[in-house]
Design a protein around this ligand. Structure first.
Ligand code: HH2
Length: 285
């Protein structure tokens, strides 16, 4: 398996991202209640975290104002806008693509106006008006699979074959995006680890991630600190660094082009080792 592939780019607002090697998306949660406990409701601290992530090698910043953890309280679009937009505006000159993590059309529109380069939607542009909002912009979009709604999604999800069902859903959403006028070069797809899935579904999705990549769009994988890693290691959320890095590396080997992570520096180190497998650095040292 190779983590390097040629010819893949993402047209992403002001940027064109070369996806021939996996890229790191840093999670910046401007929230009081994110599952990993890393949320920073104070915008100034979120901006500080974002700048530190860039120093650590983040290729993209993903800024979110609503926790979508299982059972999370929904946040109104107005509240989400208040949280996310000042952070986006402050980071416009930071030199890296800015992603807004939102499932609401109103927030997407505000983020696009504020200069977002990517919209990361856990609902895959299913809210009315979302496809049009994206089509009328230069932003890239991440279409993620989620079964149900965050408030209830972990209440007995069932699949016959999760990989096949997620794949079919993502193909359908990518086609809907194309029909709405969003170019193929602006689309990422994401199986949505932990979103309405049992442990066995999450494991199957990671194991068979290449089947998701087969749809023909670059894959984003977000496994960092998630409960599947807690189930596999028996560790609480604050002690899942090693498992998160392992999962990111496996995802990259199986075709993920963007890794959404909390721990940028550690993930970069792991990817540097993986990259040496593909670039033939067998010169000693
Ligand atoms: N996971 C979370 C949020 N957004 N977006 C994509 N594309 N893929 C994911 O797997 C994904 C996502 C949940 O993680 P986090 O943002 O750390 O937590 P919370 O939603 O509780 O703020």
């Amino acid at each position: 398996m190779h983590s390097r592939v040629s010819g893949a780019f993402l047209d992403c607002g002001r940027f064109r991202i070369d996806l021939s090697r996996p890229r790191v998306m840093a999670i910046i949660n401007v929230t009081p209640d994110s599952f990993s406990g890393d949320g920073l409701p104070d915008p100034a601290r979120a901006i500080e975290r974002a700048l530190r992530s860039i120093e650590e090698g983040a290729d993209i910043l993903d800024i979110g104002g609503e926790s979508t953890r299982p059972g999370a309280r929904p946040v109104s679009p107005a509240e989400e806008i208040d949280r996310v937009i000042p952070v986006l505006e402050a980071l416009r000159g930071a030199g890296v693509p800015l992603s807004a993590d939102t499932r609401h059309t109103e927030v997407m529109r505000a983020a696009i106006d504020a200069g977002a380069d990517l919209i990361n939607d856990v609902a895959a542009l299913r809210e009315p008006g979302a496809l049009d909002a994206l089509a009328g912009s230069r932003c890239a979009v991440c279409l993620m699979h989620m079964r149900g709604e965050p408030a209830t999604m972990q209440e007995s999800p069932r699949y016959d074959d999760a990989v096949r069902e997620v794949r079919a859903f993502l193909s359908e959403r990518a086609q809907a995006a194309r029909r709405a006028g969003i170019d193929a070069g602006r689309i990422l797809v994401d199986p949505g680890f932990g979103f309405g899935k049992r442990l066995e579904d999450n494991v199957a999705l990671l194991k068979r991630l290449a089947e998701i990549a087969d749809i023909g769009y670059p894959v984003l994988a977000g496994i960092s600190r998630k409960s599947m890693l807690g189930a596999l290691t028996g560790r609480p959320v604050g002690e899942r660094l090693a498992a998160s890095v392992a999962a990111a590396l496996i995802a990259a080997e199986r075709g993920a082009r963007v890794l959404r992570v909390h721990d940028v520096a550690a993930t970069r180190d792991a990817l540097a080792v993986l990259d040496a497998m593909d670039t033939g650095r067998e010169d000693g040292g």
